[in-house]
Design a protein around this ligand. Structure first.
Ligand SMILES: [Zn+2]
Length: 177
């Protein structure tokens, strides 16, 4: 699989402000292990500040991600946007107590922000993945699938009442008397 890693080669840059933009697509999300997003795209902006012992990144993105609807199981694209900040320390002790601070070797020439960007986007996924509510458009849901699912649920309920183990147990007790 071709990798779509997001690398910033900073060793040749002057100290001060720089700007980067990354356009990412399906390949980006496919390379992430257990990705919560299977298909999507985003434009990622990085406001990058190089200092002598530290890099400061202000990231923001807008994009679309395909989600599976919790209600009708249909696959729909929803818009996402967000921002986050990352501090990269050059050399020194590794700090693991914050996901917003990264430590790299003093002689490293580039940083890899692939996972950081993935997490920034994935964190913006809604908890309730019901696209018609998110997009405020009832026509998004697969109505045919919804009525099928409702029928199945209703059948399930009837079966459950007939074969409820609690009633079986009570009936056995009754028969003992
Ligand atoms: Zn739906």
């Amino acid at each position: 699989m071709r990798k779509e890693q997001l690398l910033i080669a900073f060793s040749g840059l002057n100290q001060g402000e720089h700007h980067f933009n990354f356009e990412i697509g399906n390949k980006f999300f496919e390379q992430i292990e257990n990705s919560l997003i299977k298909k999507g795209n985003a434009s990622v902006d990085v406001h990058f500040i190089k200092m002598s012992a530290m890099l400061q990144l202000h990231l923001s993105f807008t994009g679309n991600a395909q989600i599976e609807c919790d209600r009708c199981l249909g696959e729909v694209f929803i818009p996402l946007s967000g921002k986050d900040e990352l501090i990269v320390k050059l050399g020194g002790e590794e700090i693991n107590d914050s996901s917003n601070i990264m430590t790299i070797g003093a002689n490293d020439a580039e940083i890899n922000i692939t996972l950081f960007v993935y997490e920034m986007i994935a964190l913006n996924l809604p908890f309730r993945k019901i696209p018609c509510e998110i997009l405020n458009d009832q026509s998004v849901c697969d109505q045919e699938m919804l009525s099928k699912l409702n029928e199945l649920r209703a059948e399930d309920q009837t079966n459950n009442n007939e074969n409820n183990p609690l009633w079986d147990g009570l009936n056995k007790l009754k028969n003992l008397n």
